[in-house]
Write a protein that binds this ligand. Structure first.
Ligand code: UGA
Length: 428
């Protein structure tokens, strides 16, 4: 099948590679000329394990910045453009609007238009209305909501092995679900076919629930701390109950990334627009927003003053296996430390510091260069190389003894054997 994908980000590019590997004839488009040039030259614009290699091995995938004409050529169009947050928390659908405007001119024959982007409930219904209002016959298209649940760092695997595939269709649409299923015929997955708004809400519900698990365990960690108990025992024990499940119960500095913070805000905005109260949604975000404060308090309890202290921060990205720093708690931690007068030296295997921190923070190209002479070390992102660090060597080159484990992943006894003091959250 000839398929056009609009948007060459994590979702759009991974989708293009995956569908090309199934034998579909793919055009991946983006208005960003630089991005398309890079892709045409066989490179990808972000770090995503395995994706570059897969791209090099798939035929029938071309790239184009001619979005409108590419859409014109294809009977199936996937929309995978970004929906970043506006300052009021609502989702900014500017990029999506631009695709709709191009689409209204590109529809000359029947199209199945499939939205992969995370969009507020009601958006896909509005897309249909907009297209009709701009003169496109309702017989010439169907809109489908097919949200994506991949994780950065595992994008291709998640795309090829989804735990479910959600298909939201318009009320009288009896054909699109079968078209989507035929596109994904090589994927073994249970299907949930629902309304457009149902599919849009499933995506938000999924991220809300996962973020809630993280805030739940972080609040429990605070209580554990008061009772000198170990949160990891609690995570393990409750996670063994299949009704709870063991994933996303790792206490630490909280969630970040381009999805959870944005999607929870957008869901809250969408609920408020319909005068619906959101108690849990607000609590989940509040816990996450206040989590870093606990760590600052902890560091202060060990150091008389932070002013002039050298801090080594390991990890810049919002999680391991990605160079994405959007809403990274590691970045926020560095902001807090520099505000308090610390000289921060950071290291990350893939990510680079954001522009606004480059004047205040020194990025080192080796972990030990960041650690040397530091008064304390903060582990912000659990990259495997930090877990396997030579702690004896770290202890020998640090000025201070304190290691703050922002992800509760280090072996405390091992560090203590090296003469270090290791503290996390909710760990005695
Ligand atoms: C998340 C969802 O997991 C995907 O299913 C979804 O498709 C994606 O958002 C999206 O909406 O596009 P992602 O943002 O790539 O994926 O990252 P996650 O692996 O979910 O991690 C999010 C944050 O939670 C990270 O900062 C991570 O460090 C943190 N986290 C995760 C914890 O603090 N504790 C945990 O136990 C798990």
């Amino acid at each position: 099948m000839k398929i056009c994908v609009v948007g060459a980000g994590y979702v759009g590019l991974t989708l293009s590679v995956a569908l090309a590997s199934f034998g579909h004839d793919m055009i991946c488009t983006d208005k960003d000329l630089k991005k398309i040039e890079q892709l045409k030259n066989g490179d990808i614009p972000f770090y995503e394990p395995g994706l570059l290699d897969a791209l090099h091995h798939c035929g029938n995938l071309s790239f184009s910045s001619e979005v409108k004409s590419s859409m014109e050529e294809c009977p199936v169009i996937f929309i995978a453009v970004g929906t970043p947050p506006r300052s009021d928390g609502s989702a900014d659908t500017k990029a999506l609007q631009s695709v709709i405007s191009d689409l209204s001119e590109a529809i000359r024959s029947y199209k199945t238009i499939i939205t992969k982007s995370t969009v507020p409930p009601g958006t896909n219904e509005n897309i249909a209305k907009q297209l009709i209002a701009s003169g496109v016959s309702e017989n010439l298209f169907n809109i489908v909501s097919n949200p994506e649940f991949l994780r950065e760092g595992n994008a291709l695997y998640d795309m090829l092995h989804p735990d479910k595939t959600v298909i939201g269709v318009q009320e009288k649409d009896h054909v699109s679900a079968a078209i989507v299923k035929s596109i994904y015929k090589h994927i073994d997955t249970p299907y949930v076919v629902t309304s457009l708004a149902g599919a849009e809400l499933i995506k938000y519900a999924s991220n809300f629930f996962l973020a809630a698990k993280i805030s739940f365990i972080n609040e429990m960690a605070r209580i554990c701390e008061a009772y000198h108990s170990d949160i990891s025992d609690i995570s393990r024990a409750i996670g063994l109950d299949p009704r709870i499940g063991g994933h996303f119960l790792q206490a630490g500095i909280g969630y970040g990334g381009s999805c959870f913070p944005k999607d929870l805000q957008a869901l809250q905005f969408a609920a408020q627009e319909k005068n619906t109260e959101t108690y849990l949604l607000q609590a989940v975000q509040h816990i996450n927003d206040t989590q870093l404060g606990l760590y600052i308090k902890k560091i202060k309890s060990f150091c008389d003053t932070l002013h002039g202290k050298k801090a080594a921060v390991l990890g810049i990205s919002f999680k391991p296996h990605t160079d994405d720093i959007r809403n990274s708690q590691a970045v926020r931690m560095m902001e807090r430390l520099t505000e308090l007068g610390c000289h921060v030296h950071a290291y990350d295997p893939a990510a680079v510091l954001p522009e606004h921190l480059r004047q205040h923070v020194t990025q080192q190209s080796q972990a030990f260069d960041a650690i040397a002479e530091s008064d304390f070390l903060f582990l912000a992102t659990e990259w495997p190389e930090f877990l396997a660090l030579d702690w004896k060597k770290a202890a020998s080159i640090m000025k201070g003894r304190l290691v703050i484990d922002g992800r509760n992943v280090l072996k405390k006894e091992l560090l203590e054997d090296c003469g270090l003091i290791c503290t996390g959250v909710g760990r005695p």
